[in-house]
Design a protein around this ligand. Structure first.
Ligand SMILES: CC(C)(COP(=O)(O)OP(=O)(O)OC[C@H]1O[C@@H](n2cnc3c(N)ncnc32)[C@H](O)[C@@H]1OP(=O)(O)O)[C@@H](O)C(=O)NCCC(=O)NCCS
Length: 230
């Protein structure tokens, strides 16, 4: 298995970034929290498979309950933002370090009906994925988004790699990603993550009915994990 440093050294993404010097990735500072929230509303909440299936954004009106729930960990020093000529074009955010036996600090949120569906589904998946199997300190990468005009060029993968670096800096033993999109899962697999739990959307039912039905090719939430060498 490759170590994080080997993956970092071998990735062709360094080359892509070197070719685009206007593209930078840095940590989210307190002043970035609102701009990142706006960016996520414009990109993630519109296109992420679960949110798209639940119609979290309708005619540019966003279900703020879903946004509040999903961004409840934003601003804890574990988020990254990618900028192109000073404009946000990507983010890995609402990331959190979870420790066995410790409680989490979250922003307050009020759950809407759609927010509750998202919460229940993700909590179920997280429980089934068993984050503390052989690890006490786990970095959960919660949200990943790239501006539509920048997609498919390696930026999502680069944000994942940089988030792994942040996780390592904070002493995490494991990075976990709840991949609700097949593209995130593809990126994780090519970075050496292993799939630890899969829930097909068609198998997740409430009162006998499928509640989330994303468009193909998205078919499941796959929890992917990467364990750092101890
Ligand atoms: C998911 C997302 C962040 C990926 O960002 P990206 O910059 O487009 O991703 P990358 O270019 O780094 O590609 C990641 C992987 O997906 C694949 N991929 C990306 N777009 C693809 C497409 N349209 N068709 C097929 N494969 C695609 C890439 O080939 C790569 O896989 P590989 O490593 O095996 O080559 C982006 O699609 C997005 O913002 N989607 C909306 C929000 C969302 O769904 N977030 C993820 C929730 S888990």
């Amino acid at each position: 298995m490759q170590t994080h440093d080997q993956i970092y050294a071998s990735t062709k993404l360094e080359f892509v970034m070197a070719e685009t010097p206007e593209l930078t990735i840095r940590k989210v500072e307190p002043a970035d929290v609102e701009p990142v929230r706006r960016f996520m509303k414009r990109t993630f909440f519109k296109d992420e498979p679960i949110c798209k299936s639940l119609k979290v954004v309708v005619d540019d009106t966003v279900d703020e309950g879903v946004v509040d729930y999903c961004l409840r960990f934003l601003g804890q020093g574990l988020d990254l933002v990618a900028e192109y000529n000073g404009n946000i074009v990507g983010s890995s955010c609402s990331n959190v370090l979870i420790e066995k036996g410790s409680s989490l600090v979250e922003r307050p949120y009020t759950l809407t009906d759609k927010g509750k569906i998202v919460k229940d589904l993700l909590e179920y998946v997280e429980e089934m994925a068993n984050p503390f199997d052989n690890a006490n300190r786990v970095f959960l990468l919660n949200l990943l988004s790239v501006d539509p005009t920048f997609r498919g060029r390696g930026l999502g993968k680069k944000l994942l790699i940089e988030s792994m670096r942040v996780a390592k800096e904070h002493g995490a033993q494991r990075v976990m990603v709840e991949c609700t999109s097949v593209f995130t899962n593809a990126a994780c697999r090519s970075l050496g993550f292993r799939d630890v739990f899969t829930l097909k959307y068609a198998d997740y039912k409430l009162d006998g009915k499928v509640v989330v039905n994303p468009e193909p090719p998205h078919y499941a939430v796959v929890v992917a994990a990467f364990d750092f060498d101890q």
